[in-house]
Design a protein around this ligand. Structure first.
Ligand code: SF4
Length: 361
């Protein structure tokens, strides 16, 4: 990519992103599943390893992480847990940027992932070279990137944020008079812009899961469930966010199910989160927000095809083989760690997050 030609947002938006089909896993009998779970537990102990799983992964992986002293969390807490754990191996069940973040923060630890091809449409839509050239065109702006980016993109940023901390960090920067180049999620960026009044130049990326939620279909569903509270992740389009009772990160949405008095909830985020919501509030009724309706393509249908690449089977395989170790070039890791640490320090100073697992989601 030549840095002499001007890069436009239209050019960036036209980049093709290949969305894989949802993988299908061979079914296991109850006995086979139990045997596999026990096998994984033994290997975790033998290898001084912990399982760190995201809320969007299969419920069986989340349960196993909790039973074995690992953690189930959003990406901010996953990063923090990996750093605070005394384990020498972190097994990250999630998508690639989560494994990379764990490795950046813990270069001395072995970080394994069940499938290194598990990526994210936001990460895929923000190639490092194009991003760096775009930043070079806007040197006056502070570069804030969402955690869903590659190590090389993080290395080019001033701040990394997750959805649970984006608002306070951007408010903090705006109060200092800074203007911001935001990447890669345009919907989250637009939400942050509206909530903070900050000046954001938005990279035009999107999550293929959350982009499928449709405002028109949600309106119809709300009429059928007038008592239900609507919970929306801010990677969703404005027309969906505008109908929400609560807009927040995965952890904040789980908290809402527990804390709000409603008996029913319509939930607009990846369906993997339902496992933790059911666990935390078993008496509440959860309804998936619709992905059908006008304009829907149903490429992902409310479940991330990359998160679905994590299973008990490939988790066991990676612990057996030691394959799929996350590697980060040292020069990139040394730069990428700075904006991540800046975020973690900000979170600590402002008392943000710090909770995960059954008792604290
Ligand atoms: S759900 Fe969306 S943002 Fe999350 S990993 Fe999948 S594609 Fe990326």
């Amino acid at each position: 990519m030549s840095t002499t030609s001007t890069i436009t947002l239209e050019q960036i938006a036209k980049q093709p992103i290949e969305v894989p089909p949802h993988p299908t896993w061979p079914s296991l009998s109850a006995e086979q599943r139990d045997a596999l779970r026990e096998h994984i537990k033994r290997m975790l102990v033998q290898q001084n390893a912990v399982l760190v799983a995201h809320y969007y992964t299969d419920g069986e992986l989340q349960a196993l992480a909790e039973e074995t002293g690992g953690c189930v969390a959003d990406s901010l807490e996953m990063a923090r847990f990996g750093s605070e754990s005394s384990a020498s191996t972190l097994v990250v069940a999630g998508v690639r940027f989560m494994g990379e973040t764990a490795k950046i923060l813990n270069p001395e630890k072995r970080v394994l992932m069940p499938d290194l091809a598990a990526t994210c449409s936001l990460d895929e839509g923000c190639p490092a070279e194009l991003f760096a050239a775009f930043c070079d065109q806007h040197p006056e702006r502070t570069v804030v990137v969402y955690a869903n980016t590659s190590a090389a993109v993080k290395a080019r940023s001033d701040w990394v944020v997750t959805s649970s901390i984006a608002l306070p960090i951007v408010r903090h920067l705006a109060a200092r008079g800074e203007t911001i180049l935001w990447a890669p999620d345009k919907h989250l960026g637009h939400y942050v812009e509206r909530m903070t009044g900050a000046d954001l130049l938005l990279w035009p990326g999107a999550c293929v899961v959350h982009e499928e939620f449709k405002g028109f279909a949600l309106e119809r569903l709300r009429r059928l469930h007038p008592e239900a509270a609507v919970l929306v992740h801010p990677e969703s389009p404005d027309e969906v966010v505008d109908q929400a009772d609560v807009v927040g990160s995965t952890t904040q949405l789980i908290r809402a199910v527990v804390d709000m008095p409603n008996r029913e909830f319509i939930v607009a985020t990846d369906e993997g989160i339902f496992w933790k919501m059911h666990q935390m509030a078993p008496d509440k009724k959860l309804i998936e927000a619709p992905t059908a309706g006008e304009g829907a393509t149903c490429e992902s249908c409310a479940h991330c095809p990359w998160m679905a690449m994590n299973s008990l089977q490939n988790l066991a395989a990676v612990l057996e083989s030691g394959n799929n170790e996350v590697q980060i070039e040292a020069s990139i890791g040394e730069r990428a760690v700075l904006p991540i640490q800046r975020m973690l320090k900000f979170a600590q100073e402002h008392g943000i997050g710090g909770k995960q697992t059954p008792a604290g989601a």
